[in-house]
Design a protein around this ligand. Structure first.
Ligand code: MRU
Length: 363
């Protein structure tokens, strides 16, 4: 996608480093940062310089490649995988990417491992771009169908958190259908949940949609239910950090409340995700590890003052304890469908196996 007319991916290699967009500084500053070591990559994931399930996986793969470049031994690969795996516990793409790299390197002689690791990490990125584009095509067909009964007005899409190109390598998951449908000329408007506490909606989704010229409105997280009651939301599309084999969807905290409101109001609720997000080893969403993030993300807010300075202020009384759980699980029964790179399916185990028949042996 383009920023100020220049096409970008969220991660690429340059000058012997892995270069990423520093998302912790958006929307105020658009800067890149170079990752040159395993520690750089692990820190970037942990501190959310990079974030979003597919991008976490792509960065972890490159982090492992950086570690292999330093030391290609089995012991180093094992230690680097463990360090990267511990950075963020919820997004399945992280473990998926590390497992993929480790199995690609298993039969490679140590001297050839660094090249092989960077090649595999690049393949993960290229495949993610192709998969997100395919998700966009399948999702855009849904948007066109939903728009048909009301040709005179824009289709209202609500999304939570950031599941756009910044969360992936390009295109996005939940936002890919929006971009494709918009580019085809479908009139649409996006309600953007601010997504407290880190404000990925207000900071990142709004930034992306504005850069691409998609009409949108940022709303407080708590407004969505009211808008649905008023008939002002035609469809909800979110991403997923981990989807179980039974189609429960774990995504940014607050997603579940949107699904409940959508269910109560008969608004279709879709999750868009690539296969790398599906954890076939878990059937029950309650078994997904939910990340607890630092209290400071909830007690403090950063923004630009009217004077143009960046400032961080406390918004919670100093003595009040806080609980900052970063994800929740939406049970499959509240999800209208899953939009994947292979097409859209009902949010059921049978629906997923219809798209991924090769996983039948995992049952
Ligand atoms: O904590 P984050 O910003 O990494 O969380 C991101 C989300 O919850 C996205 O919706 C998710 O990764 C799915 S999308 C690509």
């Amino acid at each position: 996608m383009k920023v100020a007319g220049v096409p970008y991916r969220t991660l690429w290699t340059a000058d012997g480093a892995v270069r990423v967009i520093d998302q912790s500084r958006l929307p105020f500053e658009f800067v890149t940062v170079d990752l040159r070591s395993l520690d750089d990559a692990a820190r970037a994931i942990r501190t959310m310089v990079v974030r979003g399930a597919p991008l976490i996986g792509a960065t972890a793969a490159h982090g492992l490649a950086l570690a292999v470049r330093e030391d290609p031994s089995d012991r180093s690969i094992e230690a680097a995988s463990q360090a990267l795996r511990a950075t963020r516990p919820t997004a399945h793409n992280l473990a998926w990417a590390l497992d993929r790299l480790r199995s690609a390197l298993g039969t490679v002689a140590p001297a050839a491992r660094a090249d092989a690791a960077f090649r595999e990490a690049a393949a993960i990125c290229d495949e993610d771009v192709a998969q997100c584009r395919a998700i966009g095509e399948h999702g855009a067909a849904i948007l066109r169908r939903l728009a048909r009964p009301n040709p005179g007005r824009p289709l209202n899409v609500l999304t939570h958190c950031n599941a756009g190109w910044l969360a992936c390598v390009d295109w996005g998951t939940a936002l890919a259908p929006v971009y494709l449908a918009h580019d085809e000329g479908l009139a649409l408007h996006v309600w953007v949940d601010e997504t407290r506490p880190r404000n990925q909606g207000a900071s990142l989704t709004a930034f992306e949609l504005a850069a691409h010229g998609v009409p949108h409105t940022v709303i407080a997280d708590n407004l969505g239910g009211h808008l649905m009651q008023q008939g002002r939301v035609d469809v909800v599309i979110v991403g997923s950090d981990r989807t179980t084999a039974a189609a429960d969807v774990c995504n940014k905290v607050g997603t579940y409340l949107k699904a409940l409101a959508a269910f109560d109001n008969g608004v279709p609720f879709y999750a868009a995700l690539p296969a790398s997000t599906i954890d076939w080893s878990i059937a029950d969403g309650a078994r997904i590890p939910i990340e607890e993030r630092p209290a400071r993300e909830l007690t403090h807010l950063t923004g630009r003052t009217d004077g143009g300075e960046l400032a961080t202020v406390r918004v919670v009384p100093a003595g009040s304890p806080v609980l900052n759980l970063a994800f929740d699980v939406t049970p499959a029964r509240l999800v209208t469908g899953l939009i994947t790179e292979r097409g859209t399916c009902p949010a059921t185990r049978a629906g997923l196996l219809g798209l991924y028949p090769e996983r039948r042996q995992d049952r």
